[in-house]
Design a protein. Structure first.
Length: 439
């Protein structure tokens, strides 16, 4: 049993008393009708949209009702505490005292300790004031939420620790700003009732509604090709120095190591920048360029890797035409961005043994690392078609880049949680852009 015992069920029964029943119904109708109006649907459809997630909705609505004060200044939670609080344990009474004076707020998750709790930063802070993030003890939520998620919740201080009340709803991060603006506007127009609970349930239901009709997103590279880790091994039929000599003069390919054992394939016309006051080319890829793939000279093979089937076909043809009889027939394999995918050599049979979970995790993290290192050198539409390094040079661009990084980290971490694999570490991206302090 939870620390609060049967507090909530007892309060729900108390809410059916004549003096509170009408207000409870009024609050429920308010939430349902506001959401229906925003979506332009019949109120009866709201229950179908919410579906099996009705528990979150009911908890938020009930807490709004329980803390909403009548004209005489009394709220149901305070009335219950005064008249029937004696039946609850000491912790439940302290919890109820904190709930009475609480308000629903938007919070950003800034850190997660799975199975223990979350660090939350309030987003609706009055201009000119500051509020420090607080650590909230929350076992269940900390196993499902990830850094940079935004939630609407009531944070209660019970004894010497912070906990979450039952009504917690996720908020689309890209709608946080508009939600806060609507909140400020409604508070200015009418300060008698807190509009945040109704705004939160409406935004959440709209998110669910959109999800039922949204097409499944496809992860693609800059060319619009579906991401697929592609690797081809070409057996060496000539000396390594002969292979290197061809690769060093192959158009579109640039040496990426001092010992000429690795080359990067760049988009046409986009080559590494030259260092100022130097005739030698830099070994780093130009931030404005697109890295299409790379080739590594191993002891017995030239290994070519890229991130789509289409790029593999183009690059492999280029290498085979240039190297001719210096290499043998290529053995190509593909790895989908899925924890259950098994690489199958082209034209051959599937491997007999399934990779271990650790090996599968390693493959996925390698795919993500290659993908995000390429993205860092690409113009990003969300950043005004600038690369991240270019965007951070202005105040607006810096804010957009921080939001973009948060979105990447949040969505990737959720995907990792669903697959039961370790999350990708985005720390290097924040550090490379000089934004570590914002993380």
């Amino acid at each position: 049993m939870s620390k609060t015992g049967s507090l909530i069920s007892n309060m729900q029964k108390y809410a059916t008393r004549p003096e509170w029943k009408s207000l409870f119904g009024e609050v429920i109708r308010e939430h349902v009708e506001n959401a229906a109006e925003a979506l332009d649907v019949d109120p009866a459809e709201i229950s179908d949209i919410v579906g099996d997630q009705s528990g979150e909705f009911i908890a938020t609505v009930f807490e709004d009702f329980a803390t909403r004060r009548r004209a005489d200044g009394l709220c149901m939670a305070a009335d219950y505490l005064q008249r029937a609080g004696w039946r609850e344990n000491g912790y439940a009474r302290k919890y109820l005292e904190a709930l009475i004076d609480s308000r629903l707020r938007l919070h950003e998750v800034t850190d997660v300790r799975p199975g223990i709790g979350l660090t939350l930063r309030p987003l609706d802070v009055t201009k000119g004031k500051t509020e420090e993030p607080v650590f909230v003890h929350e076992k269940t939520g900390s196993q499902h939420l990830s850094r940079w998620d935004v939630i609407s919740a009531r944070v209660l201080r019970v004894h010497e620790e912070y906990v979450l009340a039952g009504g917690v709803l996720p908020v689309r991060p890209d709608e946080t700003r508009s939600l806060l603006k609507a909140y400020a506007r409604l508070c200015k127009a009418d300060s008698s009732t807190d509009p945040m609970p109704s705004l939160s349930t409406t935004a959440w239901i709209a998110w669910l509604y959109a999800g039922k009709f949204a097409p499944r997103p496809q992860v693609v590279n800059r060319d619009g090709d579906e991401l697929l880790l592609s690797k081809s091994r070409l057996p060496l039929l000539a000396r390594a120095d002969e292979i290197a000599a061809v690769m060093n003069t192959l158009p579109g390919w640039e040496s990426a190591s001092d010992n000429h054992l690795r080359w990067v394939w760049l988009a046409s016309g986009e080559a590494p920048e030259e260092k100022p006051k130097s005739r030698r080319k830099s070994k780093s890829v130009s931030p404005a360029g697109t890295l299409l793939g790379d080739a590594v000279l191993e002891r017995k093979h030239l290994v070519f890797t890229t991130n789509s089937r289409q790029r593999m076909e183009r690059g492999l043809l280029m290498l085979q035409q240039a190297l001719g009889d210096k290499v043998g027939p290529a053995l190509t394999s593909y790895e989908e961005m899925d924890i259950n995918a098994v690489p199958v050599p082209g034209g051959g049979a599937a491997p007999a043994a399934m990779p271990s979970p650790d090996e599968q995790h390693g493959m996925i993290l390698a795919i993500l690392d290659r993908h995000y290192r390429e993205i860092m050198r690409m113009p990003i539409p969300a950043l005004g078609n600038k690369t991240p390094a270019q965007a951070i040079k202005t105040k607006v661009g810096r804010e957009r880049t921080i939001a973009w990084l948060k979105d990447l980290e949040r969505s990737t971490t959720h995907g990792a949680q669903q697959r039961g694999m370790p999350a990708y570490d985005f720390g290097w991206m924040w550090e490379e852009l000089g934004l570590s302090d914002e993380r």
